[in-house]
Write a protein that binds this ligand. Structure first.
Ligand code: G6P
Length: 372
């Protein structure tokens, strides 16, 4: 087993380091370089994909957070109403599903029973089902109409890392494909987004190479009892994924909140010394999101929070309100989760390591949950 870790102390550390490759492999061969998606394996009749009027993403755990990220991109690019639902909640609420519904299931293992049962149910209702999956020939893709494989390579550590980034990448390819097919985006726009996606592996590598500071911080926080994560827009599911990693690996209470929701309740939790990790959107993004999140940092800081900020390189506006700032390379708002998640994974890995826990086999968890 030691050899397979490629000299890393854990599979998780190896898999975090595999991430540039996981994203690159998932992009490989899926466009012609001119803004045309070539998803040959996606064997759903294009005429059918043109007529769908709703997408429901079904997944559990980390894969469900990938789905939440995907919702922002798919709705923005394709103008198709997109819901994301935990597989185990879906079936029991009498969901509205018909022939014009596209189900996108996301599963690293392809064997998660909750997701398999939800996909079966949706198919029975006449929906078209596409599986985004990391495991060749597994059950969920076999029972779906089509599959778009993520090519992250085998993921051994129970807590998902590289599969998550590959899932986001794959859902983006699917979104761009639908936008191409349905004429929602110009070819030039798709080409630009694909070109930017192609640059992300190198940027992920930069984040990993610059992680020394976040590792030191994690080790200094081994005694922390609770950590709050804030994010907005695509940064919101990133915040929830950061919190999940900390629960899974370090057994620390952690919660991810939508930054805008802070004033509606969670701000009551802030007291002197409370650690708050904030995922800040790019200052170059739309809709003054950046300014709103920066003011959230101020609000928690004013109430004594220890503020730890993930921001875009060159964003000096956060410095005066942040105890620690970790910079990620510039990218567009929608692609930022592929970068911003990485320091949060490393933070959880290092904090759990500092506490002496087995990061590959956290207590009570299984890599693949094959019971309902
Ligand atoms: C388990 C794992 C999680 C994973 C979830 C969904 O709970 O511990 O890491 O995110 O299942 O797994 P899937 O294989 O369907 O993505």
């Amino acid at each position: 087993a030691a050899a397979k870790k490629d000299g890393f102390a854990s599979f998780m550390e190896k898999e975090i380091n595999d991430q540039p490759d996981a994203v690159a492999q998932t992009l490989l061969g899926r466009n012609d370089g001119n803004g045309n998606l070539t998803l040959d394996e996606l064997r759903v009749d294009p005429e059918v994909l043109k007529t769908i009027n709703k997408i429901i993403v079904l997944a559990c755990g980390t894969s469900a957070y990938a789905g939440q990220v995907a919702k922002y991109a798919i709705e923005h690019w394709c103008r198709i109403p997109t819901e994301v639902e935990l597989s185990h909640e879906f079936r029991y609420r009498d969901p509205i599903v018909d022939e014009k519904t596209l189900i996108v299931s996301i599963s690293q293992s392809g064997e998660t029973m909750d997701t398999l049962m939800a996909v079966r149910y949706a198919r029975e209702q006449g929906a078209k089902t596409v599986s985004i999956c990391n495991t060749n020939g597994s059950t969920i893709p076999r029972e779906s109409d089509a599959v778009l494989y993520t090519h992250a390579g085998p993921e051994i550590a129970v807590a998902s890392t590289k599969a998550f980034l590959a899932q986001i990448t794959a859902t983006y390819l699917l979104g761009l494909y639908l936008a191409q097919l349905r004429g929602n985006l110009f070819q030039g726009q798709i080409k630009d987004i694909l070109a930017e996606l192609a640059k992300t592996p190198a940027k992920i590598a930069t984040v990993i190479a610059n992680a020394g500071q976040i590792k030191d911080l994690a080790h200094s926080m081994a005694e922390t009892r609770t950590v709050l994560f804030l994010g907005r827009h695509v940064g919101y599911p990133v915040a929830m994924e950061g919190a999940l990693k900390l629960k899974e690996l370090a057994y620390i209470h952690a919660e991810g909140f939508a930054a805008g929701e802070l004033k509606h309740g969670p701000i009551a939790l802030i007291e002197e010394g409370q650690a708050v990790i904030v995922v800040v959107p790019s200052p170059r993004g739309r809709d003054s999101l950046h300014a709103k999140v920066v003011s959230n940092i101020q609000e928690v800081r004013a109430r004594g929070a220890k503020t730890i900020v993930i921001a875009e390189e060159g964003d000096e506006s956060v410095r005066e309100f942040a105890e620690h700032v970790f910079y990620i390379p510039e990218t567009s708002t929608l692609l930022a989760p592929l970068l911003a998640t990485v320091p949060l994974q490393i933070f959880a890995l290092e904090l759990a390591t500092a506490k002496g826990y087995d990061v590959d086999q956290p207590r009570n968890l299984a890599k693949s949950v094959t019971v309902e």
